[in-house]
Structure formats: structure tokens, C-alpha cells
Design a protein around this ligand. Structure first.
Ligand SMILES: *Cc1c(COP(=O)(O)O)cnc(C)c1O
Length: 424
């Protein structure tokens, strides 16, 4: 083990990696080390091929593409949902590819948030992604309920972690529904969805999880844990492309409810084209769709998903844990006195990225980019680094730490301002 800090050791890990061949299926810019797959995953050749297939179907069939070709558009949302179900531990009937993270949360709240006099509040947390909180507040406002009073946010003691006991302590009688992330987008902490769901159900509270940072990276068991709802985007670890259509899980127990945001794609498929003004709501996950699906934004998912189903989430999760564990070892060894603190969970409750805190984080990120490493800056002082199982290597991790070491030792970051850019 004395060689574990050498490049040779990294190369040896790559040689033993059973997923190594998948890297060659992606478009990887040879002069960069891409560590931002938790914000936007890279394009694979399979995804590119299925974009072309859908374009060809449009060319060949015109309107008949809805029912003809390899992936008839009329059924594509359900078909992709079936293929995505194993990634979230759901039955195929409970998942659909539709909308976007935020729109799907709006749909779920519109449908299932039914405040009563005694149970009217929504429980969330203070570390969640802002879009989720905006959606919850707007849903409350539309119902004439003051978010100051009706939105309860679990506090974090250190700004990085949430304690499950604190969440459970907030599950009081007046809570109607809970919205939490499966993984905190900054620190990468995985919340115990099974325990949270059990505790919520004991108190007659519904639970929805935002899976944006876990889909394609860590496998939950939504059906087995009896989670009520989940929603997510498909452009991060799932590599579905910028603005890829999102995903939604509804426990089949809740099928048959009239959608809060109704539209004709929520109709029974055999009735939809009757064009009746009385909606025949689909008694299935399809009910929660709204209008015509964004076929072109679903096309890359056909190819991207085939890779995940071929490899299986267990292998992906194993390699991801190995990559992040190796990353942390190297950081502790090589960057000891440089003022960095690891803010992600160090044990297996960490998801697919690590979070390095440093007071000069914004300018260190700029220096990393100039040196060919693509990190993800998160205000005010966080550097997220995501080594992705399907396309990053142990050598990528080794090189990154060496580059970071040089940036710190030679104070190269001092050339840049300590301010963020427009996107990250
Ligand atoms: C990325 C992300 C979103 C983004 O929502 P969109 O509607 O897809 O733009 C929302 N929530 C979380 C936790 C995220 O990580």
C-alpha cells in the first residue's frame, strides 16, 4: 500500500475497473478532466445515436411518428419510465418521464397537497435547492396560505448536514406533506429515505423526495420503502442532455387521483383522441402528465438509459464510492496544510461528489478551469467535485489532486477574483 499516492497506483486501479470500457462511449475533451457530471452529464455516443433516430423518425414518418418507428412518441414517456424504474427501485408502472424537476413538484403539490384545518403545513429543509422552495411557497401563496406560517424548514446546525432526528422532531400533527432531497446538493449527504418515510407514515404525513442528485448515482428502493412521490431531472448523473425531460414517481396507491394540473396527456390513452371536454383521467402514472411531451428532449435518454440498465446501479454505486474515497485519501495526503476542509459525509452516506470548502473557493475554481479541470463552484466557499463512475478514471482523480496542489503551492489562484461567474 505504500505506493498508493503514486500515479502508477491510479493506473492500476483503472486497469482493475470493470466499468473502464464505458469511458470510451462518451465524448470526452482530451484536454480537460470533467468533474461536473452532477450538474450536467456528458454526451454519450448512444445518446447521440438515439437523438438521430428520433430525428429520422420525424423525417420518415411525419405525424405518424407518434405511433410508428422504434420509439413511437405517443408511448415514449411511459416506455422510458419503465426503463428508469429499476434505477429508483420502483415498479415499471410507477415511473414516467415527463416535465422537469420543478414542474413535476408543482404537479405533485397541486394534486396531493390537500391542507385541512388540522393538517395544513408543508415540511422542508433549509438546505434544499432553491427551486423546490420557490415552488412550495408559490403553491402556498396560490392557496392564500402564508409561507411564513405554513412552510416549516428543518434547520442545519453547520450549513452542510441535516440530522434525521431533527427532521423527525419537526413531524408534528399539523404537517400534511414533506418535501426533502434524497441527497443534499451541496454536501452530498444522503438522507435516510426509508426511515423518514416510515416515521412520516406513522404520523399520517405524505412524503415526496427530490432525486436530482441521486438518480443515476445511488439506487433508492422507492417501492419497497413505500415512498409516496419522487421527482427529478435527467441531465445530471443520467447524461440526458441540457434541459432533458424530467422524471416522476407516484406510488400506485395514489393512482386514480384527478391531477391538480390537468391536461390532455393525462387522459386514458384510448380516450385521449375522443377530444371530449370531460376528461377521462388515466388510472396510472400517465395521469400526471400535462401536455404534449418534449420528444426531442427525451431522445437522448433512450440511449443514455440503456447504459445504466446494462451496467446496473450496484456497480455504478460501488465504483463511485471507490472514486470518492480515493479522492479523499489523496486530498488528505497532498493538501494537508492548504486550508481545505472536506464537508461531505466521510462514510457511505455520501453521494457521488465531494465538497471541498476553502475561503478562496471561487478563485481556486477559476484556476482549476484554466488548468483543465472542470469543477462546480457553489457559493460562498464550496468546490464540488464529482468523479462519475461511467466516464471518470482514478487517474483523473490523481491528476486533479496534483493540479490542485500546484495551484495552491504556487498561489496561481491569486490571479483571479474571488467571485462567481454567471452559471457556477
Ligand atoms: C438540479 C436541481 C434542480 C433543478 O430543477 P429543474 O426544474 O430541473 O431546473 C432542482 N432540485 C435539485 C435538488 C437539483 O439538484
Amino acid at each position: 500500500m505504500k505506493h498508493q499516492y503514486t500515479r502508477e497506483y491510479a493506473l492500476q486501479l483503472d486497469e482493475q475497473d470493470p466499468l473502464a470500457q464505458y469511458r470510451h462511449e462518451f465524448y470526452i475533451n482530451k484536454s480537460t478532466i470533467y468533474l461536473d457530471g452532477n450538474s450536467l452529464g456528458l454526451l454519450s455516443k448512444r445518446a447521440e445515436a438515439t437523438i438521430q433516430e428520433i430525428i429520422d423518425a420525424w423525417k420518415t414518418y411525419g405525424i405518424d411518428g407518434w405511433t410508428e418507428g422504434a420509439n413511437p412518441w405517443f408511448y415514449l414517456s411511459e416506455k422510458l419510465g419503465e426503463q428508469m424504474a429499476p434505477l429508483v427501485g420502483a415498479t415499471p408502472a410507477e415511473v414516467i418521464v415527463t416535465g422537469s424537476t420543478t414542474v413535476n413538484l408543482h404537479q405533485l403539490l397541486s394534486t396531493f397537497y390537500r391542507p385541512t384545518e388540522k393538517k395544513a403545513k408543508i415540511l422542508a429543509d433549509e438546505l434544499n435547492f432553491p427551486s423546490d422552495i420557490y415552488a412550495i411557497k408559490s403553491q402556498l401563496n396560490m392557496r392564500g396560505l402564508d409561507p411564513e406560517k405554513y412552510l416549516v424548514q428543518v434547520k442545519s446546525e453547520d450549513g452542510y448536514r441535516l440530522e434525521e432526528d431533527d427532521i423527525i422532531a419537526k413531524m408534528t400533527e399539523d404537517i400534511s406533506l414533506i418535501v426533502l432531497p434524497s441527497v443534499l446538493y451541496r454536501s452530498g449527504q444522503i438522507l435516510n429515505m426509508k426511515r423518514i418515510t416510515e416515521e412520516a407514515h406513522k404520523r399520517n404525513i405524505l412524503v415526496a423526495f427530490d432525486l436530482c442528485h441521486s438518480i443515476g448515482s445511488i439506487p433508492p428502493e422507492l417501492s419497497k420503502w413505500d415512498v409516496d412521490f419522487a421527482f427529478w431531472c435527467n441531465y445530471k448523473h443520467l447524461n440526458g442532455g441540457p434541459g432533458a425531460t424530467g422524471g416522476m414517481f407516484v406510488n400506485q396507491r395514489h393512482f386514480g387521483n384527478h391531477p391538480g394540473l390537468a391536461g390532455w396527456f393525462g387522459s386514458r390513452k384510448d380516450k385521449q383522441f375522443d377530444m371530449d371536454h370531460e376528461m377521462s383521467v388515466d388510472n396510472a402514472i400517465g395521469a400526471f402528465q400535462i401536455g404534449t411531451p418534449n420528444i426531442l428532449s427525451m431522445a437522448p435518454l433512450v440511449g443514455a438509459l440503456s447504459m445504466f440498465n446494462e451496467v446496473g446501479m450496484t456497480h455504478i454505486r460501488n465504483k463511485s464510492l471507490q472514486l470518492t474515497s480515493y479522492f479523499m485519501d489523496l486530498i488528505r495526503h497532498e493538501l494537508k496544510n492548504e486550508g481545505f476542509a472536506l464537508r461531505n459525509p466521510l462514510d457511505d452516506t455520501r453521494a457521488g461528489h465531494i465538497l471541498l470548502q476553502h475561503k478562496e473557493a471561487a478563485r481556486i475554481c477559476k484556476a482549476l478551469k484554466v488548468e483543465g479541470v472542470i469543477p462546480d463552484y457553489r457559493s460562498p466557499d464550496g468546490i464540488r467535485l464529482a468523479p462519475v463512475a461511467l466516464y471518470n478514471t482514478f487517474e483523473d482523480v490523481w491528476n486533479t489532486v496534483q493540479i490542485l496542489k500546484t495551484i495552491m503551492e504556487e498561489k496561481k489562484y491569486k490571479k483571479y477574483d474571488n467571485k462567481r461567474g454567471v452559471v457556477a
